[in-house]
Design a protein around this ligand. Structure first.
Ligand code: SF4
Ligand code: SF4
Length: 384
């Protein structure tokens, strides 16, 4: 297995599962299960034991491996020089398990759907652009930017609302963009995270060909997951693209929005999505948008930026749910952390975070105290 030479270098000192101040456990599966084997270091040791033939691929081993949300808290907090490789080590282990053909059923279902339908919802490609029906959003035809929506924004009802809000605001500030509609295909970020490298490679190369054929050079993504793979993996595969998350575009152009905004009084806290924050260092752009909205008071949760707790949906868990729910699920803990700030709105910049956190609020009956809204939806409210 790739990274074999690193596995034995983990000391199991445990810094990787903590926050900067060592006050909180911040590795979602460890925080939920409190078994050392679910911590980053424990997972490293189990992978090593499997590689040495000391343990087999049991259901328990699969749960430990696939409950990692690729949140990168361990990457940020491991104090050793191999820290940058940690998430990639877990992906490589999933890849090796996939080669053995023994993966959790929900992971298998997800991958099969992507392979057969190009999306995890088993929906036809013709419906991929349906979120934009009735809006003036054009199909890409030489525009300055491609707006790439991704599977959740395209097919999930909650994601579609966010896609429409982002598209409306981009129109409002005169960004020239088009979408691929039914021609758009899955970006593959989760496929790669789940270790299906062959399928990821196929999706990435297909997307890159498509971008090239249409001379697409600049992309705005709705979803931080797509941003992550386009800006990192696709560039490594030779894609000649400039990639922006929509919050970067809006943060740059707030001056043109501000004259149209009315006062919109609310206390808001912001949840950092792992694929924008820890994976790509984009912490301030979303905050600068919120801070510029008239009437909005922005308060940070105690765990923020590189210490933010993942919503639990990363690394394919949004679809596979290997990590699972319950009182100790990261989304529920995150909701408590948001409530502690006194905020009435938890702002997000990712459709997957929106769903995860909204489901947790519903499950806890907290709808009267806290609401999830994407940054684009909050701007829309201020536009009246
Ligand atoms: S991954 Fe790094 S921080 Fe975590 S236990 Fe191993 S050596 Fe320590
Ligand atoms: S990436 Fe996140 S979930 Fe996975 S082991 Fe590291 S801290 Fe835990």
């Amino acid at each position: 297995m790739k990274y074999d030479d690193i596995l034995h270098r983990c000391f199991r000192c445990g810094y990787c599962k903590l926050t900067d101040d060592y006050e909180d456990f911040n590795c979602p599966p460890y925080r939920k299960y409190r078994f050392e084997s679910f911590s980053p270091g424990g997972r490293m040791w189990l992978i090593r034991a499997w590689q040495q033939g000391d343990i087999q691929i049991t259901e328990r081993f699969q749960k430990i491996l696939y409950s990692c949300t690729m949140c990168a808290n361990c990457v940020e907090h491991c104090i050793f020089p191999f820290s940058d490789d940690l998430a990639n080590i877990f992906i490589a282990a999933r890849e090796a398990v996939t080669e053995e053909g023994i993966i959790p059923p929900t992971v298998r279902d997800y991958l099969k759907s992507i392979h057969a339908y190009g999306n995890p919802y088993k929906e036809p490609a013709e419906l991929r652009g349906a979120w934009a029906d009735g809006s003036p959003v054009p199909v890409y035809d030489g525009h300055e930017y491609l707006l790439y929506i991704g599977c959740v924004g395209s097919y999930d009802e909650r994601g579609q609302l966010i896609a429409r809000a982002v598209a409306n605001i981009l129109c409002k500030i005169d960004v020239t963009f088009g979408i691929l509609g039914e021609e758009e295909i899955c970006d593959g970020n989760e496929v790669r995270a789940l270790g299906e490298t062959w399928l990821f490679d196929r999706l990435a190369r297909k997307n890159i060909e498509r971008f090239k054929a249409r001379n697409i050079k600049k992309i705005i993504t709705l979803d931080p997951h797509a941003y992550n793979t386009f800006a990192g993996d696709y560039k490594n595969l030779g894609a000649d693209i400039e990639v922006h998350h929509y919050t970067q575009i809006l943060a740059d152009r707030m001056d043109s929005l501000i004259p149209s905004l009315k006062e919109c009084t609310a206390t808001v806290t912001y949840h950092d999505p792992c694929y924008l924050g820890r994976h790509n260092g984009l912490y301030e752009e979303p905050r600068s948008i919120l801070a510029a909205l008239p009437g909005i008071t922005l308060v940070d949760m105690a765990s923020n930026r590189r210490n933010a707790l993942c919503c639990g949906g990363g690394g394919g868990n949004f679809f596979s749910d290997v990590l699972g729910g319950g009182r100790e699920s990261p989304a529920k803990i995150r909701i408590d952390q948001a409530l502690d700030t006194g905020a009435r709105i938890i702002a997000v910049a990712c459709p997957q975070c929106a769903k995860m956190l909204e489901d947790a609020i519903k499950a806890e009956d907290r709808e009267d105290r806290l609401e999830v809204a994407d940054i684009a939806e909050i701007i829309e409210r201020c536009l009246g």
